[in-house]
Design a binder for this molecule. Structure first.
Ligand SMILES: [Zn+2]
Length: 310
């Protein structure tokens, strides 16, 4: 099913990374700057992430003996330093996830760069090292994001959906270097299953954790069967709630029972992909970004009338 499967270490059938984006209340301040302080219940639901879910998840990882990757917005790191300390103490990776969860593709290029570098400074100051990886907030990777990542020497990105295994991103603008893309997709995101919030105007039928888990298990079983990769995009305030965390525990047991799974941090997966390429053991697919510089010319003003009916 996969044309260019990446040989995983020690004969593993697939790579697994349970990645969490600890957005906390950054998303509420971004969406409702003037009134976020008045939305106390919504705020408490988001603060559940760093306050209650993070210690629970870190303890679960410790119990299962795995090291994983956390994407932390810079503002959340400043606001919840105890979460940063706990992640580092557990031997997990901290990766770049914007400053206040701003959306890069809705910003001017100079604004995107400002917030990107402001978040980068926070990570360097609080962890003592530059992060290797990046995930755009809400997957809103812009036409300029790749060049910023290349200029700052980032090793990998985990914002896009374009394959089942790692692939390579190169810049159409000629910026030197490349970035390993570690893709995921909405089938591995917890937001569609669990988020219900009047503050975000997001009201959906809630899933039982066992139903959501079935989606994640099906994704895992297919990755295991075909030599793929399984990267969750989960949020402590959603998946870290009690019954859902209990479901994750069951999922980890399912994975470990099945065996031949490489549990890894994303920086380790990116480094492995680069090593296999360097040794000539694996040929990645290459995407050159941006795909387009602007709207396609075929749909100009004259043509639009014919194609788009009122
Ligand atoms: Zn996020």
């Amino acid at each position: 099913m996969i044309r260019n499967p990446l040989p995983w270490p020690n004969g593993a059938r697939c790579a697994v990374a349970l990645t969490f984006d600890m957005d906390a209340d950054s998303i509420l301040h971004l969406a409702h700057h003037a009134t976020a302080d008045t939305r106390v219940a919504g705020m408490s639901a988001l603060r559940y992430g760093p306050e209650v879910a993070m210690p629970r998840l870190l303890e679960m990882y410790r119990r299962h003996g795995i090291k994983q990757t956390f994407f932390l917005p810079g503002w959340c790191m400043e606001r919840y330093p105890q979460a940063v300390e706990a992640v580092m103490k557990g031997g997990h990776e901290i990766a770049h996830h914007s400053y206040l969860h701003e959306h890069p593709n809705e910003l001017k290029p100079e604004e995107e760069r400002y917030w990107f570098e402001r978040a980068l400074d926070v990570i360097v100051k609080m962890t003592g090292a530059k992060p290797k990886g990046y995930r755009a907030a809400t997957y809103k990777f812009s036409r300029h994001t790749l060049d910023i990542l290349l200029e700052h020497g980032f090793d990998y990105d985990a914002s896009l959906f374009g394959d089942d295994v790692p692939y390579i991103l190169r810049s159409a603008k000629g910026t030197k270097g490349d970035v390993v893309e570690l893709p995921s997709h909405y089938g591995l995101d917890d937001w569609p299953h669990y988020q219900v919030s009047r503050d975000f105007n997001y009201i959906m039928a809630l899933k039982a954790p066992s139903q959501a888990l079935q989606v994640f298990i099906d994704e895992f079983d297919a990755a295991w069967e075909h030599g793929g990769m399984w990267i969750s995009v989960w949020h402590p305030f959603l998946s870290g709630r009690l019954a859902r965390a209990h479901a994750i525990d069951n999922l980890l047991e399912h994975m470990q029972r099945k065996g031949k799974v490489w549990f890894a941090r994303l920086d380790e997966i990116a480094a492995h992909a680069r090593a296999m390429m360097a040794q000539g053991k694996w040929q990645p697919r290459i995407d050159t970004l941006p795909y387009y510089d602007g709207p396609i010319p075929e749909l100009g003003v004259a043509a639009r009338g014919a194609l788009v009916k009122p």
